[in-house]
Write a protein that binds this ligand. Structure first.
Ligand SMILES: Cc1cc2nc3c(=O)[nH]c(=O)nc-3n(C[C@H](O)[C@H](O)[C@H](O)COP(=O)(O)OP(=O)(O)OC[C@H]3O[C@@H](n4cnc5c(N)ncnc54)[C@H](O)[C@@H]3O)c2cc1C
Ligand SMILES: Cc1cc2nc3c(=O)[nH]c(=O)nc-3n(C[C@H](O)[C@H](O)[C@H](O)COP(=O)(O)O)c2cc1C
Length: 613
């Protein structure tokens, strides 16, 4: 295939930032090889009206698409996805579009790279033609998604890089300084030059800017009403902790959606970095934490998207770093690539370049991913690499909001949103004790504190009150079930909740409430699976589901019951699916093939829904 000179749009869809990182890096690599990059934005930031419909100009699109939820498209491409799925779009409408897709996913999930696959098929349905084959990155593969990315990049280069540039090696940009997408202006030195909230709280200053046209996705202020530990450490062998957090949203504007949520919806919390991490950042970099700065971003290469804070207003640098930069994330290859040119020490520079190179994929995996290093640890390990502030701010990923399945309902908890949060604590292979960013934010929240949040309409779980519900919510997966049950009218549908945890006394979440809801007829049956109560084989919700084989089959086959599953991703959702297949065989008398297609059809019909994280 020969390269043509028409411009390229690089569009990405991300939930946690990887796709953005890949898209930015790819754009820079292609631009360095003479390709005209017209835009590099999220899919939804691209103006749908500019799609090449009946246009004779060449238009090439590169999509970097992550899969989230249960095989879903990320929030940052939902508008676009809804648009191109419209049944009334004529078949050849995108005949002028040429595209290439790189998917980001993980084979540990049942629907591996589903979003990228779906997009690939749909664009072709609409007449668009791929200029490179679909490539699917796998987080679980040795060397991660890079294994697929490198050869795919070479084929993309053949199609879009002018012939005069022969280098198709993705990572071969040794020692290049890449222009930052932002500019940090020093407004004033030291504290006290600005007064009030604008100087001290970047989030509040952003809030003051909000106009009437607040869209879902903007941050809103909520206040902590409760922050209770609902596990009992005395009965748990490790430091597992779950918190029940109640937020007052009664004053949220109507357009925020925070007062209209329904079971299955999701609240996003915008955490802040731990004070100790922020202290370390300033110690390591030597920047003045009290400086007052204004951060401006280039319009063509936007750095801070719509889900982040207002950065145009002057603010104290410490506040900016606390609220905006993901200091605790694991650095990706691109971070090393961009840090390398700033290393004054030749050996350190060599090492950084090695990490960023194709040959260095394995040592990077070991150093950064297996040993779970953070950006701050890298800055500590490479003391001679000190980029100027605007470069460093551009290199460090933006602090992302964390999603939580809403655990409350309007009917039972008017003006409130409840979160059931498991606190992430673990020890790294290098024996560092870690607490998750949002977890540590939660640990420090007191009554009355402000929590910036926004609502995401759920798409994975849509409860149907008119049909019997079989709910499987082990651990914090019980959150959306609590929302649904507390919103239910007393009914005769025979709703069943399967709850799983380690032990009755350690982490049986909301135990007393279930008794009340059952007594008031809001659900009829609770089945518990305590995995660590007895010696011997552990018992999980999927085992309990199988024990109830006949009942479940009757509910599903005769009463059109809906099955809802939520909780940590990993073995549980797959095992529940397998248990359903087995139930079809055992109690429904179907063959294995028939059982698999029965369960598949349940998914298609929305009768088997999963929200796993
Ligand atoms: C749609 C959706 C709904 C969700 N609902 C809920 C909910 O209701 N309740 C809830 O508690 N969470 C929920 N989550 C998860 C939640 O969004 C956060 O991911 C979680 O709270 C952790 O955030 P954190 O900032 O504390 O951790 P982070 O700082 O993001 O750290 C998490 C990272 O730490 C690492 N890690 C964690 N444990 C270990 C370990 N044992 N060993 C090694 N590394 C480890 C992993 O790399 C992991 O990605 C949901 C997620 C999604 C996408
Ligand atoms: C909550 C959650 C759900 C996920 N669901 C899927 C999935 O259904 N299929 C898949 O292939 N990968 C899934 N993944 C893996 C991500 O697609 C993968 O980690 C990707 O690199 C993330 O890219 P992003 O950071 O741009 O969002 C999931 C990851 C998370 C955290």
């Amino acid at each position: 295939m020969t390269a043509d000179a028409s411009p390229v749009h690089v569009l990405y869809a991300t939930a946690t930032g990887t796709a953005e990182d890949v898209a930015q890096s790819l754009s820079e690599s292609l631009a360095a090889r003479g390709t005209l990059i017209k835009s590099c934005t999220t899919v939804d930031e691209y103006n749908i009206a500019s799609l090449p419909v009946h246009s004779s100009q060449g238009h090439r699109f590169i999509f970097i698409i992550a899969t989230c939820g249960d095989g879903e498209v990320p929030l940052s491409m939902r508008k676009f996805w809804h648009f191109i799925r419209r049944a009334d779009l004529p078949g050849g409408i995108l005949a002028e579009m040429r595209f290439a897709i790189f998917g980001l996913g993980d084979r540990a999930y049942v629907k591996f790279n589903a979003a990228a696959r779906k997009l690939h098929l749909r664009l072709q349905d609409l007449g668009a033609a791929p200029f490179a084959s679909l490539a699917l990155g796998d987080d679980s593969a040795q060397g991660g998604y890079d294994k697929e990315l490198m050869p795919w990049f070479a084929s993309v280069c053949q199609a879009v890089v002018p012939k005069s540039h022969t280098n198709t090696n993705y990572t071969d940009r040794r020692g290049e300084v890449i222009e930052p997408r932002i500019c940090v202006h020093l407004v004033d030195k030291g504290k006290g030059t600005l007064s009030g909230s604008a100087a001290t709280n970047i989030w509040k200053s952003g809030q003051a800017e909000l106009s009437d046209s607040i869209a879902v996705g903007d941050l809103h202020e909520s206040h902590v009403l409760k922050n209770d530990i609902i596990t009992d450490a005395a009965f748990l062998s490790d430091d597992k902790e779950v918190r029940h957090i109640e937020l007052d949203v009664s004053k949220a504007p109507a357009k925020s959606g925070l007062l209209d949520y329904i079971p299955g919806d999701i609240v996003h919390v915008m955490p802040r970095n731990r004070a100790s991490a922020v202290d370390a950042f300033f110690q390591l970099t030597g920047f003045d934490e009290n400086a007052v700065v204004r951060v401006e971003q280039s319009h063509t290469k936007k750095r801070f998207g719509s889900y982040t804070l207002n950065v145009q207003q002057p603010c104290v640098l410490r506040e900016f770093v606390s609220a905006q930069l993901d200091l605790s994330c694991m650095p990706r290859r691109r971070f090393f690539e961009r840090l390398a040119p700033f290393a004054a020490d030749a050996m350190q520079q060599e090492k950084l370049i090695e990490f960023a190179s194709a040959d260095g994929a394995d040592i990077l995996t070991q150093y950064a991913y297996r040993e779970k290093r953070t950006i701050l640890m890298v800055l500590r390990d490479f003391p001679s690499a000190r980029p100027p502030l605007d470069h460093l701010v551009d290199m460090i990923p933006v602090l992302k909001s964390r999603a939580f399945s809403i655990a409350s309902s309007q009917q039972a908890h008017a003006g409130q949103i409840h979160i059931c949060a498991s606190i992430v604590r673990y020890t790294t292979p290098l024996k560092f004790a870690r607490v998750g960013v949002c977890s540590s934010f939660f640990l420090n929240l007191g009554v009355g504190d402000v929590v910036p949040i926004f609502l995401e309409k759920g798409t994975s779980l849509r409860f149907k009150e008119s049909k019997p519900s079989i709910m499987l919510g082990p651990g914090t997966g019980v959150a959306p079930m609590r929302s649904f049950i507390s919103s239910s009218k007393p009914n005769v549908n025979g709703n069943t909740l399967f709850f799983g945890c380690r032990s009755r006394r350690g982490d049986f979440l909301y135990e007393k409430e279930w008794e009340q809801y059952q007594a008031s007829g809001q659900f009829s049956s609770l089945v518990t699976a305590f995995s660590r109560e007895r010696a011997g084989a552990k018992v999980y919700v999927q085992d309990k589901l199988l024990e109830e084989c006949e009942n479940i089959w009757t509910l599903v086959a005769k009463k059109e019951a809906h099955v809802y599953v939520a909780g940590a991703a990993g073995a549980m959702p797959k095992s529940v699916r397998l248990a359903l297949v087995e139930i079809c065989q055992r109690s429904g008398g179907l063959s294995e093939i028939e059982s698999n297609s029965y369960v598949r059809q349940m998914e298609v019909d929305g009768r088997l829904q999963m929200e796993c994280w």
